[in-house]
Every structure is written in structure tokens, then in C-alpha cells.
Design a binder for this molecule. Structure first.
Ligand SMILES: [Zn+2]
Length: 497
């Protein structure tokens, strides 16, 4: 039998509508061809899951290009167009049996509110209606009309914090394989719910845990083939922002529509429970002071999560450490290109006075401090220890580590989410030697820092704060809880033909 040929790759970034810094090509990690496949193999990434499952099935995976970046502002149009053109060109000449794309699903460009949908549409134009197109999306994707029309099967992560990226890639590949073999005719029941989840939305806690349990039990029983429950990235000012439930049957299956409605109703009924509350910074710093020598605290800066598209330069927690907790050994990341350059010009081992942070983040001003430059570098690479994104090779770009008293400031030119302790270690800072470590994540760091200390996401102001009523949404509204909404689930069925 002829070897299956699978086209994979694409672009992954989660955008924030209100972050004015457009993501450039230099913000992306780009891998291509055989080395992209090699790097992904065995990693807990969606591309890794596609590659591993495809190779187990004896298929060849061709990756023309794979662009990955941290979350941030919308992606420069030229960057998206480069990826789209590479992918469509490959599809044109490739004689592929299927296309399986590992994407985020929550990206924007300055001119496109749905680049993923655009990519599916362009690829569909090239390969026609028969070639299966499937995709693995982040659970925080915004699932659009175009995506549902042109993509035959879509799998979301089932975990938040995310630790099933590889498994999600496998689901997307397996759906394509079964379609190629004529064993799967995906019919999707889709229900949109016009509400946001705002903080109490881990899948290992209720209410999402029981909603996912209801879904997975239906899959285990064989009632339906696959279920995805999308909790859209909250900072997208796009039409139809909200939750999306996708339930796939194999051919016409009334149970798929019934389950999709049931899950949508469960989300709606839990709408107030899905709004979280967080402890104050001071309460955690007080607790950390009490716990010195016993444990350390790893704080997620809720209001400036680079993991959700924030600018990564809030000085809100840094200010509290300087003014009230200078006795704590602390490690705080700040994105600030000028500060990195100042440290480089001054040199490793020198002492200088400089101003850091507070440029992109409107809620906390720049801070001036004097410190010693412990390390500087043009770049440092690292392998994510995981479990989130375990085995992924990445780099931090130009950086400097500054020590002011007990406070260590990890300065980088571009924002980083610090989802993994290895980011700090790459700069020469050891998180386990601190009393307080700050990350720019709200969920995923809790997986990768579990061995470092007690992980707590703290209530801070900023661009990624869940006080969404304070954000200037103009297209996305109305949605709950900002607007009063009446909801009854409407099922949209999507068939291949
Ligand atoms: Zn996500």
C-alpha cells in the first residue's frame, strides 16, 4: 500500500486585541522541513502529536514551515501571508492524502479577525472538497464560521492548564487517517454560547471538570466520536466571541446534537461560577515571608500574563517587593528592550542605575533602581522541562539579569510568559534559591513550577485582568457577564457534503 502523505505545519500565536504591539517575524520561532519534524518528534506539542501518530501509522509528514510565538498583539499581516503562501504552495504540488494543522485558533492580524479560517479556506481552494483537512486547536481558540465550513474535524485541548497538546495532535491525525481509510464521516454538532469564562476555568476543578466528565463519558460509551469545549481567549474583540461546543458523530447521529446542547446548557448554567477571584499580592507576600526556609511562592501575575497576550512589563509586583518586602529573595521578569541594552552597555559585573518596565502596561509606572548586572547575553536557548510543552526547544532572545538587594530582575527584549523554570535558568537565575518567583502566566506555570514552590495566581491590574468590563470592546459585545443575555442553545450541523 502507498505511504500516506500528510501536510502539516502552519502558525501558532494567541492574540490580544488591545495589545498595540504588532507581533513581528522576529518574535517567531521558525522551523522547517525535516528539522521541524525532528524537533517535534516526541515533544508534548500538537505538531509532536501529529508527527508521532502519523509515523506510528507509517505515514510521511511534510512540514513546509511551522511558526510559533508567545501570545501578544496581532500578528503582522506579512508574517501570516508568508505562512499561508508556503502552505498553499506545498499543498498545490504535494499530492497529499490529508492536511492536519497544529494551530492556536485565537490569532489576529491587523486586518484579519480570523486568519486560521482564512488559511483553511485557501487550502480548501487548492485541494478541493475530498482531501480531509483536520486541525488541533488550543482550548482558548475562537472557533469561527469559516473554520467550521472548511475544516472537516477540529480537536481542542481538553485540559487547562494544558498538558494534552500531543494527544490533541494525535486526535486530529487519527480523524484524518480514518477519513482517508473511509471509516469516518465526521458530522459536527456545534453550539455557540455568548459568554466568557473569567478565571475559575481550570479543567481539573469544577465546574469545567464535571462538564468535561459528561463529555468524556459520552465518548467512552461510544455515543459520539469526539467532543471539544472551547473557552475562547477573553481578549479578542471579534464577532461571536464566546464558548463553542463541538460534538462529532460518525455520520448522522442525533446523540451528537443532544449532547452539544446539554454541554452548552451546562456552561451557561455555570456562568457565574466560571468567574474566579484571586488573592491579593500582599497576602501572598506575607505568606511567603512566614514560609521562608519551608517553601517558596511562585506567583502568576494575573493582570499582565504574556501567556494571554499581555505586554510583560508591569511593575505592579516589583513595586510592592521594593517598598514593603525587600527582605524576600525575589525574581521578577520584566520585558524592556532599553533596559537590556543599558545592561549590555554597562557590562556583566558592573553596577548601574536604570529605569525598567511600565511602558506597555498602563497600570504601573516605570521603576528606577540600582543594581549589579549578574549576566547578559544576546540569546539563550532552553528545552522546556514541562509537563506543559515538555521537550520543546525555544529561546529567550537578548536578556540581562540584574540584582538590586535581594531582588533579581530578569530583563528581556521581548516578552516571555515564563511558563517553565528553565527560562530563568537559561539567564543564570535559579528559581529554587528564591523566596518569591513571579511568572507572566495564570495557569500553565502551575504545572511546570509545581516542584519549585507553591503556585498562586494573584489579583493584579492590567491588560489581561479579568475585569473585562473595563476593556474597550466594540465588536465582540454583547456577551455575558458584561451584557444581559438570553440564551437557548441552537445547534448548527456541519457535514462534509
Ligand atoms: Zn490556551
Amino acid at each position: 500500500m502507498k505511504k500516506m502523505r500528510i501536510l502539516s505545519g502552519g502558525i501558532q500565536q494567541e492574540s490580544h486585541s488591545f495589545n498595540p504591539t504588532v507581533a513581528q517575524r522576529s518574535d517567531f520561532q521558525v522551523t522547517e522541513g525535516a528539522s521541524a519534524v525532528e524537533q517535534a518528534r516526541g515533544s508534548n506539542s500538537t505538531l509532536g502529536g501529529v508527527v508521532d501518530a502519523a509515523e506510528r501509522a507509517g505515514a510521511d509528514v511534510i512540514v513546509p514551515t511551522m511558526f510559533r510565538a508567545q501570545s501578544g498583539g496581532p500578528v503582522d499581516d506579512a508574517v501570516y501571508e508568508e505562512v499561508r503562501d508556503r502552505m498553499t504552495e506545498a499543498a498545490r504540488g504535494g499530492n497529499f492524502d490529508a492536511i492536519v494543522l497544529p494551530l492556536h485558533g485565537g490569532m489576529l492580524t491587523p486586518t484579519l479577525s480570523d486568519p486560521e479560517g482564512d488559511l483553511f479556506r485557501e487550502l480548501r481552494k487548492v485541494v478541493g472538497p475530498e482531501v480531509p483537512i483536520t486541525s488541533a486547536f488550543d482550548l482558548h481558540a475562537h472557533v469561527t464560521h469559516d473554520t467550521l465550513v472548511h475544516c472537516d474535524f477540529l480537536a481542542a485541548y481538553l485540559t487547562n492548564p494544558h498538558d494534552d497538546q500531543g494527544e490533541t495532535g494525535r486526535r486530529a491525525f487519527e480523524a484524518a487517517r480514518r477519513m482517508i481509510e473511509g471509516n469516518f464521516d465526521p458530522v459536527c454538532a456545534a453550539v455557540h454560547v455568548p459568554m466568557l469564562t473569567l478565571g475559575n476555568d481550570r479543567t481539573d476543578e469544577d465546574p469545567l471538570q464535571r462538564i468535561h466528565r459528561c463529555a468524556s463519558e459520552a465518548v467512552s460509551r461510544g455515543d459520539v466520536e469526539d467532543v471539544s469545549i472551547f473557552n475562547a481567549q477573553q481578549f479578542l474583540d471579534v464577532a461571536n466571541l464566546g464558548q463553542m461546543v463541538l460534538v462529532y458523530g460518525n455520520g448522522e447521529n442525533a446523540r451528537a446534537a443532544t449532547l452539544a446542547k446539554e454541554l452548552a446548557n451546562m456552561l451557561w448554567e455555570a456562568r457565574d461560577q466560571l468567574i474566579g477571584t484571586y488573592p491579593s499580592v500582599e497576602s501572598c507576600l506575607d505568606a511567603a515571608r512566614q514560609a521562608i526556609g519551608k517553601t517558596r511562592y511562585v506567583l502568576g501575575d494575573q493582570g499582565d500574563r504574556v501567556a494571554a497576550g499581555g505586554p510583560g512589563d508591569s511593575t505592579f509586583i516589583l513595586d510592592k517587593l521594593i517598598t514593603s518586602y525587600p527582605d524576600l529573595r525575589s525574581l521578577v521578569p520584566i520585558a524592556d528592550p532599553n533596559a537590556v541594552q543599558a545592561c549590555m552597555a554597562s557590562g556583566q559585573g558592573s553596577t548601574l542605575t536604570l529605569t525598567v518596565g511600565g511602558h506597555g502596561c498602563a497600570v504601573s509606572p516605570p521603576i528606577t533602581l540600582t543594581g549589579e548586572v549578574l549576566s547578559v547575553g544576546q540569546d539563550a536557548s532552553l528545552v522546556v522541562a514541562g509537563p506543559h510543552d515538555a521537550g520543546t526547544l525555544t529561546n529567550i532572545g537578548p536578556y540581562a539579569l540584574l540584582k538590586a538587594g535581594n531582588i533579581h530582575v530578569a530583563l528581556t527584549e521581548r516578552p516571555n510568559a515564563y511558563l517553565d523554570p528553565e527560562y530563568f535558568r537559561a539567564m543564570g537565575a535559579e528559581p529554587t534559591e528564591m523566596d518569591i518567583v513571579v511568572t507572566r502566566s495564570g495557569y500553565h506555570f502551575t504545572l511546570n513550577f509545581a516542584d519549585v514552590g507553591r503556585c498562586v495566581t494573584v489579583d493584579t491590574p492590567g491588560m489581561t485582568s479579568y475585569r473585562v468590563e473595563e476593556l474597550p470592546f466594540s465588536v465582540a459585545r454583547p456577551f455575558y457577564p458584561v451584557d444581559r443575555i438570553d440564551f437557548s442553545p441552537e445547534v448548527r450541523l456541519r457535514r462534509r457534503r
